[in-house]
Write a protein that binds this ligand. Sequence first.
Ligand code: SF4
Ligand code: MG
Length: 328
Amino acid sequence: ENTLLEVRDLRVDLHLRRGTVKAVAGLSYHVGRHETLAIVGESGSGKSVAAHAVLGVLNELPVHEIHGSVRLSGTELLTMPERERRAVRGDRLSLISQNSSLNPVFTVGWQVGEPFRVHRGMSQAQSLKHAAELLDRVGIPSASTRVNDYPHQFSGGQRQRASIAMALALEPDVLIADEPTTALDVTIQAQIMELLTELKDENGMGLILITHDLGLVAEAADRVVVMYAGREVETGTAEEIFTSPAHPYTRGLLRSIPDVSHKRDRLHPIKGSPPDLMRPPSGCPFHPRCEWASELCSTELPPAQPLGPGRAASCHRLEEVAGVSHRD
Ligand code: SF4
Ligand code: MG
């Protein structure tokens, strides 16, 4: 079995003073070796909260409850004692996020070498040597001297490379990349994605790419999960999602990006905004924004309809929607 990480019906409730937010209301996915899974959605769709729940790093959030199952190579993580969980983190499951995770007051080499000291018991000198090797591998020139630099002496792209080096230090089985290139300019974005894909191929990692950027998804992903209002609304291969999107929300997302191949000159952003998860709409959470919405949509939550192997969408009107070209 090639599956490394399997998430089943993940739900995260955040208890705020104003009430309870169902930040993640049902998310399932799996990722295997050498595979890139993209989790796509607008901000506020719950994709980052879900990633943090999978990693077990929700401590900075308000009081919360997590339900469902997160298995890494068959081992359940959600019920694992925090000490063991911490050992899994970094060693087997790692995260990079939009903003470089470097601390400004320590040298880059000290930080990139930290996992080797903490998890592998290496000396400072050994850990620095390993840090330099890693920085070299992620494309930092003169890495053996630059380990002594502080983060502000690195460019934005170099800081993100260093964060990737740190996340990869212990050769995790699965790397979760949460908007890894959002803060970077376009050229650097492409380089960082190339680097992540290359490292995934070399190390046989599973890569989970969390993004709102469908351009990135088209380039890098094998499979895609589309999230809306804390739920998965469609899943399939990248090819299926781009050539025959089934869910009105997915179709809306595709119409809102520039499409070079079809010479589309006008973009159609989805009208309205994502719902307040404190007071989610009744029925299908997308119904206030959906051009296909019927009466049933405002009263009943659509269940996931299987559309083929590994392919599903949650919508009451899939047949009607499928009858109309998504490029219109
Ligand atoms: Fe639109 Fe109804 Fe489908 Fe929701 S269930 S996406 S409102 S058609
Ligand atoms: Mg986010």
